[in-house]
Write a protein that binds this ligand. Sequence first.
Ligand code: TMP
Length: 239
Amino acid sequence: MSPSKTLYEGKAKKILKGPSKNTLIQVFKDDATAYNKKKHKIFSGKGILNNLISEHIMEHLMSKGIETHFKKRLNKREQLIKKCEIIPIEFVVRNIVAGSIAKKLGLKEGTKLKKPLLEYYYKEDSLDDPMISRDHVEAFGWATKSELKKIDKISTKINKILSSLFIKKKIVLVDFKIEFGRLTSNPKKIVLADEISPDSCRLWDKKSKKKLDKDVFRRNLGSLIKAYEEVASRLGIVQ
Ligand code: TMP
């Protein structure tokens, strides 16, 4: 079989042509980047762990009624996905103050928010993914008012489902980033796309508050692979 054609190569993933018109193959790489690629390192096996973790999370969300682009895992690093037109916004949901919001607002990391916070960032590396408002999304036509309303509702539901999944594993879901797309087979249908993994979430051990996510790499806190293996193991994916 000849290798599939690469359509897009990102920082941590690659998208290949799929076996049919409305499918693609998503490949998980071992690269980790932070601070808009200013920091870069390869962690052997990270892509395999993220493929497994993202598969597990997408399937869990689908079992709870969330529609996603995920079809099936093909092998260690690849999954078959439904082709989407990606909305160029990173949707961030926060439960606890950490990362950029702590820095921006001078807040202490670890402070629980009175309610989950939804934020929007315009996906544009050359601008460092600036934070934008709902009005920007509508005014620039990146998504319609009704699409945003739908996405906000789905994001809130995802937050509830995942917070509950992780807390059963003694992990606190501090925050996460998700992306959405319109299916090419049905452009009116908005689905969860991309991945959900320790690359795109902040996950803290409930008791010790030890970081089990990409902050281990961002802040040089030890072995990233060990942290991701810990998440996979607590989710029951690997021994
Ligand atoms: P932040 O605190 O740096 O804004 O990140 C919030 C959450 O979003 C955190 O879980 C990491 C995730 N995230 C990504 O997955 N990709 C990104 O490019 C950024 C900036 C954040």
